[in-house]
Design a protein around this ligand. Structure first.
Ligand code: FE2
Length: 140
């Protein structure tokens, strides 16, 4: 089931923690339980295997996680390099663990699409990549 993230405070809505009620089925006056932001402040987190997404779009956006030379967490967006141009770029990357955001880095046009985070690499870490045109993508 689809997860959503509050863009104000980074709270992640996982239907599993809400008796399997999808985010879409929450009432229009639903508010973020952490910061009180409105429902429209939430954005869908796209995961792999969404069939209507073309595989190339997925490969350009799904963050790839590895261990950097000094043991930290390295994020590359994506398997096929995502552009980092004024009109189309990755605005930020985040690391998540247990559905909580543990680190955020803001990116800018013309920077690299590979980012070394401060967090020590560990296999439980997941990553989100925010594209200014194509939404929020989660690592596998
Ligand atoms: Fe994109």
């Amino acid at each position: 089931m689809k997860k959503f993230i509050c863009e104000k405070c980074n709270y992640i809505y996982d239907p599993k923690e809400h008796n399997n009620v999808t985010f879409e089925n929450q009432p229009e006056d639903y508010k973020c339980p952490i910061c009180g932001a409105e429902k429209k402040s939430f954005k869908e987190i796209k995961e792999e295997t969404i069939e209507d997404n073309n595989p190339e779009t997925q490969k350009k956006h799904i963050p790839v996680i590895s261990k950097s030379e000094n043991g930290k967490t390295l994020i590359k967006i994506g398997e096929i390099d995502h552009p980092m141009e004024e009109i189309h770029y990755i605005t930020k990357v985040q690391l998540i663990k247990n559905n909580k955001v543990i680190e955020t880095k803001t990116l800018h046009p013309n920077e690299k699409n590979i980012v070394e985070m401060e967090t020590i690499f560990n296999t439980e870490i997941e990553a989100l990549a925010y594209c200014n045109l194509h939404g929020i993508w989660k690592s596998k």
